[in-house]
Ligand binder design. Structure first.
Ligand code: GLU
Length: 401
């Protein structure tokens, strides 16, 4: 007698069936694939600094490995790293000293954001997301079984939202709001008064405030404010940060949250069942980045000055197409432009045409719930950025824009 087995076809579980691959990552993968075929693609898709990690940080990681930092660490991270993060946060906060027990180090600010959403939100909750926002916020909220609520920003004000916009989109089920200044994908920076107004509303409504401050060190009109500088309370505040962008350490995967102790404990428990600690050598590298302030500040100012020069060059190039609407980039390293035309279609069609015909990879704004727009990252060599923007302008003009 022969036994027959029936193979059941794979179908993703309801946990993930709604997910599509991250568009920001997919664009870079496509650019890499085209480059592998010999095409000379300029990749302005990924939000990843083109600078190498500073030498003093790399050497610290090597020393840590030699000294045996190759084992598990505490799930929440090595104590000296948590302590320095807490001390730096305390310096911004007017209230009681922030302690290491309120810091959880993870495998990048992306994991910190996810863990915060998963810990705080659930079925029946609504979370306000100023839109456009980074593509993964919406999915992280949805993975937490809560409902992401897009709140479209004001095109007259850098696509930023105000407290009034958030208020209008809120319901009794609103449980929290995501903030991100400087903003990915627009490069807009919220002023202190804009942020304060939003924090006051959140305070009044008892919303959780998740503030993603990964781009805070990269701003061109002075330091961008942290919610820690402005909030009157911290018991509903989660600050998410990391070393990836300002220290050119994307691949090291180190991010963290600063959150009230009970929230941090719950996030630590979640992490203890999923990924455990972030890579030990990477934690030592991040510790060096945060404690060797002299070297770190030198490196950051060189990188930010270069981003600033590229920003100025881009804005200059955009002047060739006066009808091409864009958010004036004040921070991060993104240019966000409304490229929709009757002839060329929306941002998705535009990005496809720019890649296939002009070999420049950018991210369609559909990834950020604003389909007429596109995001261009200027974290790439200056001449490539300028060429990329020139081709974008030419394509827009060829569509009669
Ligand atoms: N956050 C960066 C971006 O928006 C890196 C890619 C990703 O993790 O989404 O391009």
């Amino acid at each position: 007698m022969t036994e027959t087995t029936t193979l059941r076809a794979f179908a993703p579980s309801a946990n993930v069936s709604f997910l599509k691959e991250s568009a920001t990552i997919a664009v870079s993968a496509r650019a890499r694939a085209l480059k592998a075929q010999g095409r000379k693609v300029i990749d302005l898709g990924a939000g990843e600094p083109d600078f190498d990690t500073p030498e003093f940080i790399k050497r610290a990681a090597e020393r840590a490995i030699d000294a045996g930092a190759t084992k598990y660490t505490a799930t929440e991270g090595i104590m000296p790293l948590r302590e320095v993060i807490a001390a730096r946060a305390s310096a911004r906060w007017h209230g009681d000293r922030i302690t290491a027990s309120e810091v959880v180090v993870s495998n990048g600010s992306k994991q910190s954001l996810f863990n915060a959403c998963f810990t705080l939100f659930g079925e029946g909750d609504e979370v306000l997301i100023p839109t456009p926002s980074w593509t993964s916020y919406y999915e992280m909220v949805a993975l937490s079984k809560a409902k992401p609520v897009s709140v479209i920003g004001d095109p007259q004000n850098g696509l930023k939202v105000t407290a009034a916009f958030l208020d209008a989109a809120s319901t009794p089920r609103t449980a929290g709001v995501m903030l991100n200044s400087p903003c990915n994908p627009t490069g807009a920076v919220y002023s202190e008064s804009e942020l304060r107004e939003i924090l006051e509303l959140a305070d009044e409504r008892d919303w959780w405030v998740l503030s993603d401050e990964i781009y805070r060190r990269i701003s061109y009109g002075g330091t961008a404010a942290s919610v820690l500088d402005l909030s009157s309370r911290r018991d509903r505040l989660i600050v998410i940060d990391g070393v990836a962008k300002a220290y050119a350490m994307t691949g090291w995967r180190i991010g963290w949250t600063i959150a009230p102790r009970a929230v941090s404990a719950a996030m630590g428990a979640l992490q203890s069942h999923t990924t455990s600690n972030a890579a030990a050598p990477s934690q030592h590298a991040a510790l060096e980045a945060l404690t060797n302030v002299g070297e770190a500040e030198k490196a950051i100012s060189v990188m930010v000055a270069e981003f600033h020069a590229r920003r100025d060059a881009i804005v200059n190039e955009m002047a060739a197409a006066p009808r091409l609407e864009f958010v004036y980039p004040e921070g991060a390293f993104y240019l966000y432009a409304n490229v929709a035309t009757p002839k060329g279609g929306d941002g998705t069609a535009f990005a496809a045409a720019l890649l296939e015909q002009h070999e420049v990879a950018i991210v369609p704004g559909a990834a950020f719930f604003t389909p007429d727009w596109v995001r261009l990252s200027y974290a790439a060599p200056r001449e490539q950025v300028i060429t990329g923007v020139q081709r974008l302008v030419q394509l827009y003009q060829s569509f009669g824009g």
